[in-house]
Design a protein around this ligand. Sequence first.
Ligand code: PLP
Length: 397
Amino acid sequence: MTNFAATKAMFELPENILYLDGNSLGPLPTAAKSRVQNVLTDEWGELLITGWNKAGWMGMPTGLGDRIGRLIGAEPGSIVVGDTLSIKVYQAVASALELNPDRRIVLSDNGNFPSDLYMADGLLRSLGPDYELQVVDPENIADSITENVAVLMLTEVDYRTGRMHDMKSLTELAHANGVVTVWDLAHSAGAIPVDLAGCNADFAVGCTYKYLNGGPGAPAFIYAAPRLSAKVRPALSGWLGHEAPFAFDLDYRPGSGIERMRVGTPPVIQMAALESAMDVWDMADIADVRAKSIELTELFIRLVESSCPDLTLASPRDPQHRGSQVSFRFSEGYAAMQALIARGVIGDFRAPDTMRFGFTPLYIDETDVTKAAEILSDIMQKSEWDKPEYKVRHKVT
Ligand SMILES: *Cc1c(COP(=O)(O)O)cnc(C)c1O
């Protein structure tokens, strides 16, 4: 059984802040402070370039990949860390398309995170006018999977509402139609149990600064099924994905397995922080995290619905169809979120009217959830959101 009091004690959580935004940016694991300091002083400071060998910097992308893989049911050696998620989406979709050379359609849904759609669109434009990004309503995905589709690109958990796609059944349906799948696990990794190998997934990508707590700008990850990785030809064929980067050959030869999805020099300092974050995950069982997350989201929905009649639940009511976040719609949602933040409850806002709250059992418990709901109810009863200063839009919402 995961000891959540112990994991909570491993994070820096400012006093008087109730942090319900770990779905956007996880908090600082305390150990990351000394770990990053050591990388700066003892590794970079002392070892200089020899750190790549002596401190194992070059092996961090695959070492971290395996540690993330444990949370999402990936085979050892099937994940590598690096770049941003948008870049990893591009890489995965490009490789998936190449595995289906006679088809031209990438299918996705309008609940997907815009950057995934933008990246796919940009890639398809560079491939030529025959290529098409088909975007349908999430409920219509299954019906749109046909033998014309090359790639199914979906984010498992909707970033606005927490609605979940059924990865196993959609992957099966895709394969039955000869479609290659790309799953974005941005709101899944560290939030819900994922079984990539068991679902027979082809490609998956995700980020490490949300539920995994790797810090702002922490690198993304990419998964390719072991049955595919030897066939994949990376579109972003950088030197560190080459079979022998230090041979400095003029011709590109892909590296072995998932290593070929590396692009350039990895972000060592940021990966050191991510290693400390993964040390916390070593103490957690993702099944316990899921069970606790369901308890917390159910509690929050119950408290908010009973005390805030102006808020409408935007997330699925059935916890089996909901990730680890809860969203409510309110016409003045932006201002209400600013009023909440002013009172120390941090969630976020997604246009046009959605107030979003993330639930992260590693460091959020029932007491936090109860207090947050009380403050929200107080703000709603007093219309505390109705002040000009709460209506000024900031750059990051
Ligand atoms: C958070 C998120 C991103 C962000 O991509 P970055 O390149 O890391 O900024 C992309 N896609 C999805 C589905 C996300 O949730």
